[in-house]
Design a protein around this ligand. Sequence first.
Ligand code: 13P
Ligand code: SF4
Length: 383
Amino acid sequence: MATQTGLPLFVLGQGTDPHSEKGVDCPGELPEASDPGLVERARKAKAALGDRLFVLGHHYQRDEVIQFADVTGDSFKLAQQAAARPEAEYIVFCGVHFMAESADILTGDAQRVVLPDLAAGCSMADMATFDQVEDTWDALADAGLAEKVIPVTYMNSSADIKAFCGRNGGVVCTSSNARRALDWAFERGEKVLFLPDQHLGRNTAVLEMGISLEECVVWNPHRPNGGLTREQLDGAKMILWKGHCSVHGRFTADAVDDVRRRIPGVNVLVHPECRHEVVLKADYVGSTEYIIKKLEAAPAGSKWAIGTELNLVKRLGQMFPDKSVSFLDKTVCYCSTMNRIDLPHLVWALESLVLGEVVNQITVDADTTHWAKVALDRMLSLP
Ligand code: 13P
Ligand code: SF4
C-alpha cells in the first residue's frame, strides 16, 4: 500500500482517535472531522483575527494544520519566532505542551498562548518530573558534586524543569544547538546533568565533542543514587537522565542495514533523538530544520531514508518529488500527541477567539516563568 506521496503507508492506524475525547477539553462544539467546510472555516476565522493572531506550526504537525501556520519550524526556530512577535495578541501553537509553555514564557504578559488540544503532551517531557530532578540534585549535593555539575535541559521538558536549570546556573538546549549549549556548560562546570533525553545528550557528547561512552552514565530516577556507584559518578562527564522519545527511540540499527540493502546508494538521515547505535550507522544527523535543509540542498535523483516523525517524512516526499524519500523503519509510528492537533481542534480554537473566548490557554506562573526565561534566554544568546 502506498500514500499519495508514494511513501509506504506503514502505520497510519497508530495513535488514538483524535475525537474520542470530544467534549472533554472543548467546551462548546468541536466540529466533526467530516465537515467539508473546515478549511474554509479556518480561513475565515484567521482572516477575521488578522494581525492579532500568529499561528506557529511544528514540522511534525499534520498537513491539514500546517497549511494554516504563519511560520513552521523546529522547536528552536518556533521559540525564536514566538519571542519576536510582541504585537500578536494570540499565539496559537500547533505543537505540544512544552512548546506552548515556552512560548508563554517568551512572550509578553498581555499575549495569550493557545494549544488547540490540551492532550497534546510529550511522553519524553513526562519522563522527568520536578520532584525527581530536585531529589537528584539533592543526591548530587550529598555526594559533594552539585557545585561541579551544570544542569542542561532539552527544550522537550516542562517549564518547571527549565526553571530548575535557570535557578541552578544551567541552560536550555534544542536539537539544533545542543553542542553549543554543552560547550557553554563545560566552560562553567566539570560535569553536565543532561535532561531528559539520554540519546540527544549521548549523541552530542560522543559524536560532536569527543567525550567517551564510558564518561556518559545514565541516571535512573527510579533507583537510589540513580543506580550509579560513586566511582561511576566521579568518572562521568555527562550524567544522562534516563529518558527518551517514544517515537525516535524505536528506530533500530537493523533498519539502517536493511534500507541500505534494499536501496543501494541511499543516504540515511536521522534525528539526534535516535539511539546511539542508529546515529552511528547513519550518514547524517540533525534537527528537523537541518533535515529539511539537507533535503533541499541534495541533488535531484538522490535517495534518502529519513529517521524522524512520519508527518514530516511524508511532507518531504511531497516537497522534493525529484528526490527519492523513504521512511527509515516500517515499525515506527506517528507521534500520537503531535497528531492530537487536527483541523477540528484548530477551527474550534480559532472560532472561539473570533467570539472573544480564549480556550485552552497555556499559562506558566510568574516565578517559574522568571527562572525558565533565564535558562531560555541563555540558550537564545548562545553564539
Ligand atoms: P526539534 O524540533 O528540535 O527537531 O525536535 C523534534 C521533536 O521531537 C520535537 O518534539
Ligand atoms: Fe515528544 Fe518524541 Fe513526540 Fe517530540 S516526537 S513530542 S519528543 S514524543
